[in-house]
Design a protein around this ligand. Structure first.
Ligand SMILES: [Cu+2]
Length: 193
């Protein structure tokens, strides 16, 4: 009499049942994940359809260099009479103007930017400052840099053969140091002269 045979005969159907149960559990998990993803797509789609972007600001790309807000003398960091800090910049193949941007820490900073040629974009280091720059449109957002320091600001939209060399620097200064440098009506940058 072989004692092993009945044991094998016993475990074989049992093993099948375990495998089937495990497969069923995973199928249910995958089904739940799929349903959640589709629900997210539908809900965000409906949400954005119901709430389009609140503002679209256009600009004439042919005259952006020679008149209006983005002429060269107006680029850089401006401090308004009300103390509000605005950074104006232009992206073009393959640089940002100004290539070194100076901002205060712990202060809301509004960025306004556009592109003169292709689609560009930028992200400031590991902060949440991040936008696309599209010819003919003004991109704007307001953010606060919490710590003084220096960040790299690379172009993050592939814009041509020089894309990888397209970046600027952002210097975040302690608020007092920034205020000491800033004059109302002047445009600040940290480009070495
Ligand atoms: Cu670019």
């Amino acid at each position: 009499m072989n004692p092993v045979t009945p044991a094998v005969a016993d475990t074989a159907p049992h093993g099948d049942a375990v495998a089937v149960a495990a497969e069923r559990r995973w199928a249910i998990v995958v089904g739940i994940i799929t349903v959640c993803l589709v629900a997210m797509m539908v809900l965000t789609g409906l949400h954005w359809a119901a709430m389009p972007p609140s503002r679209v600001e256009t600009i004439n790309v042919k005259t952006v260099h020679i008149e209006g807000e983005f002429v060269e003398s107006n680029l850089g960091t401006a401090v308004g009479a009300d103390g509000k800090v605005t950074v104006r910049l232009i992206a073009q193949q393959y640089s940002f103007q100004p290539p070194c941007i100076v901002v205060p820490a712990e202060t809301p900073v509004t960025f306004r930017g556009t592109s003169t040629d292709a689609i560009h974009g930028f992200v400031v280091g590991t902060t949440n400052a991040n936008t696309m720059l599209i010819p003919g449109f003004v991109a704007t957002f307001t953010t606060t840099f919490h710590k003084p320091g220096e960040h790299l600001m690379p172009c993050h939209e592939y814009c041509g053969t020089g894309h990888e060399a397209m970046w600027a620097r952002v210097q975040v200064l302690p608020p007092a140091e920034f205020r000491a440098k800033a004059r109302v009506g002047e445009r600040l940058n940290c480009v070495p002269r």
